[in-house]
Design a protein around this ligand. Structure first.
Ligand SMILES: Cc1cc2nc3c(=O)[nH]c(=O)nc-3n(C[C@H](O)[C@H](O)[C@H](O)COP(=O)(O)OP(=O)(O)OC[C@H]3O[C@@H](n4cnc5c(N)ncnc54)[C@H](O)[C@@H]3O)c2cc1C
Length: 494
């Protein structure tokens, strides 16, 4: 049997499985692809627009993607993330051109990305970051200012009523974006359902796995509507269940999954209800994270465009819940603790006391405490204009470490079996923005031979024209690629 006639099961209907699904559909038109999702709706967990911040992470404004190392600004992570976002835009542009994402309302919108800091140390950091980033085509046209007039012009709400005697500074990238990842995932899965050889089963929960003697996976799946449990056989399985990935990975019993644990961090945003205020702000303004806070808790005052409607969010406020999914169970964390990961989890806990303190402070915050944090970014805010919303859950990776026992990681990690038949994605940051590069890595790990064949290379280059080249090293290709996707996606003209 050729690879193309095999059965592939994708678990979860969020942006990750949707992305992998469309790429595999184009690479292996004859393969049978089945997507199983426990909820009744596609992309209703972290990928839904209301459950994430919608930032097209391109490292334009997120200060935690750059670091001063021995007095030198290290921008390597920022370069990786910015180029990954350009890769994502290429797949979305290709699908749009093909009519596979036929939306009238845009799923990606121009919203300038700004960083805003105050205090001598932070201003010096921002200036060094700006000087280093300007060297790369990926960050071409970034603006830097220490002028109150400029910042007031860029984002009036953050300057009005601000009385500070210390220095402040801001950077701005006009080509920043806000992305509705839920809309993209739903569009991709709609396309898959119509494309033949793809079945999408909503309301189906994956319960268990076992490897058969013929090396296929037997998967037990419960249909929530009928209570019936059926068995499905698959040659390849990808677990893209977001927060639900870790428990499933533990069930499949592969040695590569040993030593992994998860630490859930929940999120809340303040959402503005005053239309007049919403209209006066048009930017994603990111600041500096508080000491001890996890990197994804960097505060930001954010214009969002969701289903054609403009809104304004501030946050996120981190929190702690033992659920791994927003629609999960409080038993998720306790049930995920097993012999193989108990020591890494304890060791990681002991090494992250600052994070624990930070989360406790966040959990016990009153509405007034939360509002005080907003005032730091929007001094004239009125408490009655804001309401609290609950975002998605992020399960951070805890990983066994030879020297430290266990470490807490804030990125993503692909775990793949030695025979390449099953892979899983753990972690959540930088997340949906880099989904295409992450899924390319999954394809590389699951299909290491096929990916090198001529047809696969050709198809990959059709979907992602820069595939195989570096947008970091090749400035000319970077600008051409950006201009092309910008035009197709109807974005800012560079
Ligand atoms: C507060 C917050 C802010 C964020 N902000 C950004 C941002 O600004 N930019 C960005 O790029 N990313 C952001 N992210 C990250 C981004 O949302 C995620 O990386 C991305 O949505 C993950 O997609 P996914 O498909 O892996 O997971 P999900 O969208 O969570 O999908 C997983 C699916 O698997 C299903 N599932 C789980 N268990 C099972 C099971 N046993 N059987 C069947 N189905 C199952 C779930 O129901 C769910 O639908 C943010 C996340 C959060 C929580």
């Amino acid at each position: 049997m050729t690879t193309s006639s095999k059965n592939i099961v994708l678990i979860g209907a969020g942006i990750m499985c949707a992305t992998l699904g469309v790429m595999l559909r184009k690479l292996m038109p004859d393969a049978n692809i089945s997507i199983y999702e426990r909820l009744e709706k596609v992309a209703a967990e972290s990928s839904d627009a209301w459950n994430n911040a919608g930032t097209g992470h391109s490292a334009f404004c997120e200060l935690n993607y750059t670091a001063l190392v021995d007095g030198k600004m290290n921008i390597s992570k920022a370069l990786d993330i910015a180029s990954s976002f350009e890769v994502s835009k290429q797949l979305w542009a290709y699908l749009k051109e093909q009519g596979n994402l036929p939306y009238e309302i845009p799923f990606i919108n121009d919203i300038p990305h700004m960083s805003f800091v105050w205090g001598e140390e932070n201003v010096s950091f921002l200036k060094q970051r700006y000087d280093a980033m300007c060297q790369s085509a990926l960050f071409q046209d970034m603006k830097y200012t220490t002028s109150r007039t400029d910042i007031t012009d860029w984002a009036p709400l953050i300057m009005e009523g601000r009385h500070i005697n210390e220095p402040f500074a801001a950077t701005k990238m006009d080509i920043g974006t806000d992305v509705n990842f839920g809309m993209i995932a739903r569009g991709m899965i709609d396309y898959l359902e119509k494309s033949g050889n793809v079945e999408v089963h909503l309301g189906h929960n994956i319960e268990d796995f076992s490897k058969q003697s013929d090396s296929r996976w037997k998967i037990d799946i419960e249909n929530y509507a009928t209570g019936e449990v059926k068995e499905v056989l698959a040659d390849y399985v990808f677990i893209g269940a977001g927060g639900g990935t870790l428990p499933l990975l533990e069930k499949c019993g592969i040695t590569e999954a040993q030593g992994y644990g998860g630490f859930p961090v929940s999120g809340h945003f303040l959402r503005c209800t005053n239309k007049h205020v919403i209209q006066r702000h048009e930017a994603k303004v990111y600041g500096k994270a508080a000491v001890g806070s996890p990197p994804m808790s960097v505060p930001h005052l954010d214009t969002r465009m969701i289903d054609g409607e403009r809104s304004l969010f501030f946050g996120p406020y981190a929190g702690f819940s033992t659920k791994f999914l927003k629609n999960g169970s409080y038993m998720d964390l306790p049930l995920s603790i097993e012999m193989h990961n108990i020591w890494p989890i304890l060791a990681a806990g002991m090494r992250n006391v600052d994070l624990t303190k930070y989360l406790i402070k966040q959990v016990v915050q009153s509405p007034e405490d939360r509002f005080k944090e907003l005032l730091v970014y929007y001094p004239n805010a009125k408490i009655e204009d804001w309401e609290l919303t609950t975002a998605g859950q992020r399960v951070q990776i805890i990983k066994e470490d030879k020297d430290k026992g266990g470490v807490l990681q804030f990125g993503t990690e692909i775990v793949c079996s030695a025979d390449h038949s099953i892979a899983a994605l753990l972690g959540a940051s930088p997340g949906a923005s880099t989904s295409v590069s992450i899924m390319l890595e999954v394809i590389q790990k699951m299909f290491p031979d096929e990916i090198n064949n001529k047809n696969w290379q050709k198809t990959l280059k059709t979907m992602i024209p820069s595939y195989g080249s570096s947008l970091i090293d090749d400035a000319d290709l970077c600008m051409k690629t950006r201009d092309r996707t910008t035009a197709i996606l109807g974005l800012f003209k560079t």
